[in-house]
Design a protein around this ligand. Structure first.
Ligand code: IPM
Ligand code: MG
Length: 365
């Protein structure tokens, strides 16, 4: 039997609660699809740092490279300096494992979840390909004369040809795959590149690389939007988008907006991917300390992230089972909302998805 070695980082706040439900669902699909999961849990989190002073040691990053995938809940603790543990765990993984794609599907599973007037699941079905190792996130920069009247803060935005090109190429390949899945009756493949090259001229590297790589994909429609306009279009005409490719920080911002139009942070999932190597999967929400330990957080984002993990590992039927189960539970209203106020506990939602993935008719996609 195929066995996947998965590193599990439950993390802080609601992280352990939603990861527990994700693992429950994973266990169920593994049994029915005939594969096994060999789980190794890692304690790194804000809470662990407060207890032990420990962040992620370098040798653990090396250990992670040997795994098939990593599943993460959420990192962030109110008593720890902002960003310290996030940089160690989340950015440590992204940079350490060179997870250069942050893949964020924005899919409306059920019309009633959408805050936009008159938009249906057919209108909100896009994927953001966020460059995940460069831009404003590289930690290049610093603060000089801190706390004085002459204080200077510098942060560099870094874009390499290699980093830009591999993100753009991934987006084109993804657009082709999505169009092939939709079939000839579906809408054609389209990639929209989002930047701010009018104000930030060095982002012209994105403009030129997009044009050069795009020439190899004449079958894919190619559009461009400045990031401010892209925010506006995402609210006004989300159906305009298929695959979006953008720099790290813009992708971070656009995908919280994206989560809102797909129903909320409780349903949004992401994959931090290096194709062919160990990748990391997480819900896009944070640790939500105010809901921690109350068994009320929505685990669907974490469960959908587990489905993305299986898809990337090649377990496409298992992944489809989970996706379909989530869709059925939401469209039927059995799970009425994707926030902490659905009236259903975290563990109850996990149980419902677990039960639903086992139903054979789930395969009738
Ligand atoms: C995300 C988060 C992270 C990011 C934080 C926690 C560092 O907001 O995954 O979107 O900015 O990338
Ligand atoms: Mg974010």
């Amino acid at each position: 039997m195929k066995t996947y070695r998965i590193g599990v980082i439950p993390g802080d706040g609601i992280g352990p609660e939603v990861v527990r439900e994700g693992l429950k669902v994973l266990g169920a699909v593994a049994t029915v699809e005939g594969f096994a999961l060999d789980l190794t849990e890692y304690p790194y989190s804000g809470a662990h740092y407060l207890e032990t002073g420990e962040l992620v040691p370098p040798q653990v990053i090396d250990e992670w490279r040997q795994l098939d995938a990593i599943y993460l809940g959420a990192i962030g603790h109110p008593d720890v300096e902002p960003g310290l543990v996030e940089r160690s765990v989340i950015l440590g993984l992204r940079f350490g494992l060179d997870l250069y794609i942050n893949l964020r599907p924005i899919r409306l599973y059920a019309e009633h979840l959408c805050p936009l007037k008159g938009k249906t699941p057919a209108d909100v079905d896009l994927v953001v390909v966020r460059e995940n190792t460069e831009g404003m996130y590289t930690q290049i920069g610093g603060i000089f004369k801190k706390g004085t009247a002459d204080e200077i803060a510098v942060v560099e935005g870094l874009y390499t040809r290699k980093g830009t090109e591999r993100a753009i190429r991934y987006a084109f390949e993804l657009a082709r795959r999505r169009a092939a899945q939709r079939g000839s009756a579906g809408r054609p493949a389209r990639v929209t590149m989002v930047d701010k090259a009018n104000a930030i001229r060095p982002q012209d590297i994105w403009t030129r690389t997009f044009a050069e790589v795009g020439a190899e994909y004449p079958d894919v429609e190619q559009e461009h939007a400045y990031v401010d306009a892209a925010c506006m279009w995402l609210v006004k005409n989300p159906e305009w988008f298929d695959v979006v490719v953008t720099a790290n920080l813009f992708g971070d911002i656009l995908t919280d907006l994206g989560a809102a139009i797909q129903g909320g942070m409780g349903i949004a999932a992401s994959g931090n991917i290096h194709p062919g190597k160990t990748s990391m999967f997480e819900p896009i929400h944070g640790s939500a300390p105010k809901y921690a330990g109350r068994n009320v957080a929505c685990p669907l984002g974490a469960i959908a992230a587990a489905a993305m993990m299986l898809e990337t590992l090649g377990e496409t039927v298992a992944a489809a089972r989970i996706e379909r189960a989530i869709e059925r539970l939401l469209t039927s209203g059995r799970i009425p909302s994707v926030d902490a106020h659905s009236g259903l506990s975290t563990s109850c939602v996990g149980d419902m998805v677990t039960e639903e993935v086992l139903k054979t008719e789930v395969l009738a996609i």
